[in-house]
Write a protein that binds this ligand. Structure first.
Ligand SMILES: Cc1cc2nc3c(=O)[nH]c(=O)nc-3n(C[C@H](O)[C@H](O)[C@H](O)COP(=O)(O)O)c2cc1C
Length: 209
């Protein structure tokens, strides 16, 4: 039985482009995996905290020697990492905020990148420990950041996610760029019209598989 981890990070609720597309992905995934399990994590729920001294010291202390306070501080990180380990596949909704992923997404990243858990220090350098995972990233942005254009240099979302997830071992990645969403927020294009080609492309991915 397959497990999908579905993570959203847009603060815009039902008006969010990335959420509507991850929702479409999840619906199609469920049709393709009727017995599959879906874990849902909303990064805007307000429970993500910045890592602090206790977190960093605790994470570098062997499990058996950790204090109860260190265990408590690491509990959220443990839970988020367990979700990544137990799922076979991930789908992330990521709105571009100021040319980067939103701050809640960075809070989540700081919680899940942990030596001995999601990467280790190998002889030849760091080794990612999340093996045989497949990740799809839906990135919604007001502007368009196509490769080979001048605007591509402003896109710190996709290159960062590619590097970061590669670092923890997730190299089978798929990026869906829903660029140009400013036309929707400015009222120039209907949201359903904007979403339709992306919805079609998500459906095609499942039908082609
Ligand atoms: C705080 C904030 C910052 C944004 N910064 C950018 C930006 O740097 N570049 C861009 O192209 N769009 C930017 N946008 C537009 C969003 O990327 C766009 O509205 C997108 O649809 C957001 O995804 P969502 O609808 O899933 O929330 C920003 C929007 C907000 C609310």
């Amino acid at each position: 039985m397959s497990t999908l981890l579905h993570i959203d990070s847009s603060p815009l609720g039902e008006g969010s482009i990335s959420r509507r597309l991850t929702g479409e992905f999840v619906r199609n995934w469920k049709l393709a995996n009727p017995d599959g399990e879906i874990i849902t994590r909303d990064l805007t729920a307000g429970n993500l905290t910045s890592i602090n001294t206790a977190w960093i010291v605790g994470a570098h202390t062997p499990k058996s020697s950790r204090t109860s306070i260190q265990n408590e501080v690491l509990a959220l990180s443990d839970a988020l990492i367990a979700e990544l380990q137990s799922a076979d596949e991930y789908v992330f909704g990521v709105p571009m905020h100021n040319f980067a992923a939103p701050s809640v997404f960075k809070l989540w990243i700081d919680q899940i990148v942990r030596a001995g858990e999601t990467f280790s220090y190998g002889e030849g350098g760091p080794v990612g420990l999340l093996k045989n995972k497949k990740a799809t990233f839906v990135i919604a942005s007001g502007g368009v950041y196509e490769a080979e254009t001048a605007m591509a240099a402003y896109n710190f979302v996709e290159p960062y996610l590619r590097t970061l997830f590669g670092f923890v071992g997730v190299t089978d990645t798929n990026f869906i760029a829903a660029g140009g969403a400013a036309a929707v927020s400015l009222g120039r294009v209907d949201s359903q019209v904007f979403l339709q080609p992306h919805i079609e492309s998500i459906r095609t991915r499942f039908h082609a598989a």
